[in-house]
Design a protein around this ligand. Structure first.
Ligand SMILES: NC(=O)C1=CN([C@@H]2O[C@H](COP(=O)(O)OP(=O)(O)OC[C@H]3O[C@@H](n4cnc5c(N)ncnc54)[C@H](O)[C@@H]3O)[C@@H](O)[C@H]2O)C=CC1
Ligand SMILES: CC(=O)N[C@@H]1[C@@H](OP(=O)(O)OP(=O)(O)OC[C@H]2O[C@@H](n3ccc(=O)[nH]c3=O)[C@H](O)[C@@H]2O)O[C@H](C(=O)O)[C@@H](O)[C@@H]1O
Length: 420
């Protein structure tokens, strides 16, 4: 049994720690936030993600996991701390990664392995991470190992994807890569692709940038379709039958703390990154486009009230990090609209989350911003009579438009404007 010290008990670090703890390792989970550590000490997951409460219960019962605020000696140190975007500098903010490495180096011994799972710009392991860890007096790769093993699991399906996804492992030398591979083999069922640290860092950023650029393309196609009176959803659906086409879905913008952030890490010192930056700009401008559609729908209504359905950054999760809903709500308030919010998944938000009936009462327009499955099965007959005006704008193509139109709703869809 090897001992692993995981730094960062968030959406990625804690699930990873619990998978190691349930697959033959002794794991110490470290977080600088005492509330997170307290919750884990009390045997409670600090956030909801299917399947992990059971893994936490098992590992506590088997004495293979404990949480603390202090780093201690171990065979392996795994870093899964945030890597936010510094909006002023337009660069990755590496302060948490560096502070984690600073916490590790006093406990580093010969033969140890340090894995960075946090998403980082190319050359971070080779330069900043190695430099900081060498404050221990040891040298890498001669005395200890460093590798990058980026996380690819998708929020909402973390457990399945952490176990079944293929992974990329890139060490600063071959032994670093090999021992990292041995470690992940303890729970990963997908393929493990081996490369060097710089390439592994690049691959992770390329994956999320690919998605961002393709979403931007879908958003642009949606706007063009609106101008041409075409239903972009039908067009995308049929275009995607082509064996080499995979157009993404348009929507109100890109949220979450990865896809909207990681592409910037590729642009910070690149000589050519026009397409990537333009895609960011297109996706960031979508809340403005959505507001424009709402404005047209409620034109002429005095002191309008709108109801936002869904503030989570995407469907069937309660995560609101970098949600495009936030920008949309602020723009709507600036326009003088009263904004009410309904989201059955979100517990905590900057604005009050109301029950369905209260949220739609007196409303002039429902604006669907998140593709929660409950919105697909929504029954308008339960609430339409309490609305002041029957308008609905669906930015995710989730509602059954033919059914809603029975109640005389004026329905618009992003990428398809109702011509009535
Ligand atoms: N959430 C996701 O779906 C994915 C995240 N990633 C990447 O994984 C990394 C971690 O992301 P999340 O888990 O979402 O972050 P998070 O915000 O959920 O959790 C990070 C945790 O690290 C703690 N922390 C900060 N500095 C620390 C330090 N020096 N020592 C110990 N703990 C420290 C924070 O208190 C927090 O609890 C980021 O680089 C992110 O880009 C990659 C793939 C998926
Ligand atoms: C390449 C890729 O699929 N990356 C995943 C992504 O997770 P995340 O939940 O942020 O991604 P997502 O499902 O694309 O959602 C991001 C945002 O984009 C929007 N979105 C997504 C797909 C689409 O066709 N249209 C669209 O508008 C979503 O509604 C959401 O607001 O980023 C994660 C990460 O890096 O943190 C990564 O681990 C996941 O595998």
């Amino acid at each position: 049994m090897s001992k692993i010290c995981v730094l960062g008990m968030g959406y990625i670090g804690l699930p990873t720690a619990l998978l190691f703890a349930n697959n033959g390792h002794e794991v110490v989970g470290v977080d600088v936030n005492p509330k997170v550590v307290e919750s884990l000490k009390n045997g409670k997951m600090p956030f909801e993600e299917e399947g992990f409460q059971e893994l936490l219960d098992n590992s506590i019962a088997n004495n293979t996991f404990r949480a603390t605020t202090e780093v201690e000696e171990a065979n392996t140190f795994l870093v899964a701390v945030p890597t936010p975007f510094d909006a002023d500098l337009k660069m990755a903010d590496l302060k948490y990664v560096i502070s984690a490495c600073d916490m590790i180096h006093p406990h580093l011994n010969k033969g140890n392995l340090v894995i960075i799972e946090s998403t980082i710009p190319p050359k971070t392991c080779e330069n900043r991470v190695r430099q900081t860890l060498q404050r221990s007096g040891l040298k890498a790769p001669e005395d200890f190992h460093i590798s990058h093993c980026p996380e690819r699991a998708i929020p909402g399906n973390t457990l399945y994807e952490m176990v079944h996804n293929d992974r990329v492992i890139g060490g600063i030398d071959k032994p670093s890569t090999e021992i990292t591979k041995e470690l992940y083999l303890s729970f990963v069922k997908g393929n493990l692709y081996l490369t060097n640290n710089n390439t592994a860092e690049m691959i992770k950023l390329m994956e999320n940038t690919y998605r961002d650029v393709n979403i931007a393309l879908a958003n642009e196609l949606a706007k063009i379709s609106e101008d041409c009176g075409i239903n972009v959803w039908e067009a995308i659906d049929i275009a995607n039958k082509h064996p080499r086409v995979n157009i993404h879905k348009p929507g109100p913008g890109v949220g979450g703390h990865c896809i909207a952030i990681d592409p910037w890490f590729l642009t910070e010192d690149a000589k050519s990154s026009g397409l990537i930056m333009l895609s960011r700009q297109i996706n960031d401008s979508m809340p403005v486009h959505v507001l424009g559609m709402v404005k047209e729908m409620i034109n002429g209504i005095d002191n309008p009230t709108i109801t936002v359905f869904g503030v989570a950054y995407k469907g069937d999760i309660g995560d609101t990090r970098a949600t495009p809903a936030r920008k949309f709500i602020k723009l709507a308030e600036k326009e003088g609209y009263n904004v009410k919010i309904y989201d059955p998944y979100v517990k905590d938000f900057d604005y009050p989350i109301l029950g369905l009936n209260e949220a739609v009462e007196g409303s002039d327009c429902i604006v669907i911003l998140t593709d929660h499955s409950v919105f697909r099965e929504m029954e308008p007959k339960n609430f339409y009579e309490s609305m002041s005006n029957l308008n609905v704008l669906d930015t995710r193509n989730v509602i059954n438009t033919s059914y809603w139109s029975h109640f005389d709703f004026n329905i618009n869809l992003i990428g398809k404007i109702n011509q009535r």
